[in-house]
Design a protein around this ligand. Structure first.
Ligand code: SF4
Length: 367
């Protein structure tokens, strides 16, 4: 049994018919519930729920404060290689894009880490393009050894690995993995991933589960908003997180809602996801999964990020760069995508304090 079997059942639903049949009375009834079920969750993603968005947002705020207090954990991404063998048309690192690729040496990783660590944030996320040749498990292990000198929690967002490989990285000091399905709709997935190992939908879909089986402390999933109908994609994301959380009760299952941003190439989103849709997705996920961490990236603008803080967010990046060597090297790489919120750590902290929130620089120490 894997989430794939659940997905195959769920995709048979008459989404359009169901979503259009929901009324504002259905949403008002859900607003009075302490815990919502799968059907309620889908109703919260309906057009009818848009009319009750303010009330839903207030409820999402209360639920988040109940489980997390008014705290936001901060983290920094570090890009160490932009070599990639995949053909994702929505990403600068696609193998089809021509630019000078880079991979950091351990001396360069050390320099980047030292520079980043000076801002005080102790959570770091290692990112690479997807190339087993350029970002092998041994290369990631070496990187982790360097980062351990500066950071207390190290997560990875790299090419999907086997369970044994995740175990090796856990033993080396990695405590979390992020892997986005990008798009749950299997047919659309194949349209966007025409070649390369990422074309294997099932292997990618099962990746978070392999991370759980390897004993990683936290596993973070998400869909790239804009690749297909957002109501269905957010529904599958919530169902996937729910499946993982119920099956792996010791693992912290987290979520992100990345929206497509400008990048190298000329891909335009297939499905429009406006700010209102983003908020609706966020509050629906929060009400389905009251204890799950939700990450908000610098893909969103500073103003919008500030508005979202009280609505269910628990993690944010700050002062982030999405290019290899972006923190200290003269010869920097290409942005994976354009950042929208370019504020540094101090400004992000000020914004959080203004809203009555406490930024958390460190809440974990690896053994
Ligand atoms: S999204 Fe990931 S796999 Fe696809 S091109 Fe970008 S880095 Fe490579």
């Amino acid at each position: 049994m894997s989430f794939y079997h659940v997905y195959k059942q769920l995709k048979l639903l008459d989404f359009e018919g169901f979503l259009n049949s929901v009324t504002s009375n259905d949403i008002k009834r859900i607003l009075h519930k302490d815990l919502i079920n799968d059907e309620d969750f889908l109703m919260l993603l309906s057009p009818a729920a848009e009319e009750c968005l303010e009330a839903l947002a207030q409820k999402a705020h209360r639920v988040t404060v109940q489980h997390f207090g008014k705290t936001i954990q901060l983290f920094n991404p570090i890009y160490i290689s932009d070599h990639c063998v995949n053909h994702c048309t929505y990403c600068s690192f696609s193998v089809t894009n021509q630019f000078k690729r880079q991979k950091l040496t351990m001396e360069e990783v050390d320099r980047e880490a030292k520079n980043l660590a000076s801002n005080g944030i102790k959570h770091i996320l290692i990112l690479t393009g997807e190339s087993k040749l350029h970002s092998s498990v041994s290369y990631i292990k070496e990187t982790v050894e360097v980062l351990k000198k500066y950071f207390s929690s190290i997560s990875i967002e790299i090419n999907p690995l086997d369970t044994e490989e995740y175990k090796q990285l856990r033993e080396a000091g990695v405590d979390g993995v992020t892997v986005y399905q990008e798009v749950y709709n299997e047919d659309v997935y194949r349209d966007f991933h025409v070649k390369g190992p990422k074309r294997n939908y099932r292997y990618r879909l099962d990746t978070p589960e392999r991370g759980c089986e390897a004993g990683l402390r936290s596993v973070n999933i998400g869909t790239l908003l804009g690749l297909d109908n957002w109501r269905k994609e957010v529904f599958f994301t919530g169902m996937h997180a729910n499946y993982l959380q119920n099956k792996y009760i010791d693992t912290e299952i987290g979520l992100s809602l990345p929206r497509i941003r400008p990048h190298l190439g000329n891909f335009n989103p297939r499905s429009e996801v406006n700010d209102k849709a983003f908020v609706q997705s966020l509050v629906a996920l929060r009400l389905l999964l009251p204890r799950s961490g939700i990450t908000l990236s610098t893909r969103e603008s500073a103003v919008f990020r500030d508005h979202l803080i009280p609505l269910g967010i628990t993690r944010m990046s700050a002062g982030a760069s999405t290019e290899v060597g972006g923190y200290s090297l003269e010869s920097q790489g290409t942005n994976q995508f354009q950042i929208s919120d370019e504020r540094g750590v101090r400004d992000i902290c000020d914004a959080l304090y203004k809203k009555g929130y406490q930024p958390i620089f460190k809440d974990w120490i690896h053994s």
